[in-house]
Design a protein around this ligand. Structure first.
Ligand SMILES: C[S@@+](CC[C@H](N)C(=O)[O-])C[C@H]1O[C@@H](n2cnc3c(N)ncnc32)[C@H](O)[C@@H]1O
Length: 237
């Protein structure tokens, strides 16, 4: 069965590698936060990379493994924390991360980027995403500037959002090769949401606004809801 993966970020990174590193076949790539129903690693495998994946969540790993079984793939995926991985220094040619670091605190994100630097070869390329403060809503309680804590599905969650003047500094040990801001409105999905569904999403511990304000935004939900992140391609050295 052909692999059908259309995540734009993944395709962009792949195209960038194909254009700038045409001898990439057989190179090692790690995906951090690699679990989920349609694992990007499958696409990297199809393109000839030696693939590795880590994820911290057993259910996410199982979803990816189910896809792998159905497609006859070995994803080389293990349970590990991207802040401290089991890989040796200078092991990978490429690292890919898509909306996974945002689940860490800001110190955790800095630790992850330092860890990526450690495990990558000199001149290796890394694709990373950083959430901005222009996201809406910033859900949860702000426990430190840009770090929001929320509780759902029986667990505590963190989401980190950066001010624009903070993001480049995360990569001071790398060379920034490409930087692209992506801002996505979910107009269609949100238009379909009923008022009870909208209200069910509200949590009492949100600090940004009251339940009444949230209800008042229901008619404007298409314009309000926004996912914004910056994609970086950075080089070690
Ligand atoms: C939004 S999903 C992205 C899934 C997949 N990479 C994709 O693009 O479809 C984020 C993933 O990061 C994982 N994750 C969160 N914190 C992690 C950590 N500290 N170490 C490794 N994985 C983590 C989550 O379990 C989740 O599977």
């Amino acid at each position: 069965m052909a692999i059908q993966i259309t995540q734009p970020s993944l395709c962009k990174f792949l195209a960038y590698i194909q254009r700038t590193r045409p001898d990439y076949a057989g190179c090692r790539i790690l995906e951090c936060g690699a679990g989920g129903e349609v694992p990007p690693l499958a696409m990297f495998h199809e393109q000839g990379f030696e693939i590795y994946g880590i994820d911290i969540d057993d259910d996410q790993i199982e979803r990816a493994q189910k896809y792998a079984r159905e497609h006859g793939l070995d994803l080389h995926m293990i349970k590990a924390d991207m802040r401290e991985t089991p890989f040796e220094d200078d092991f990978f040619d490429f690292v890919y991360e898509f909306q996974a670091m945002c689940h860490l605190t800001k110190p955790g994100i800095r630790q992850t980027i330092a860890e990526m630097h450690r495990i990558m070869k000199t001149a290796g390329l890394c694709f990373l995403t950083v959430m901005t403060r222009n996201n809406w809503p910033l859900d949860g309680k702000e426990i430190a500037r840009g770090e929001f804590q929320s509780h759902y599905e029986g667990k505590d969650h963190i989401h980190s959002y950066f001010d624009d003047d903070e993001t480049d500094g995360l990569f001071d040990r790398f060379t920034i090769l490409r930087k692209e801001r992506r801002s996505i409105l979910y107009a269609n999905e949100w238009a379909e949401m009923s008022e009870p569904e909208w209200m069910a999403w509200y949590c009492d511990d949100w600090t940004g606004f009251t339940r009444e304000e949230w209800l008042g935004w229901y008619p404007h939900r298409k314009e309000k809801r926004r996912l914004e992140f910056i994609e970086y391609i950075v080089k070690k050295g």
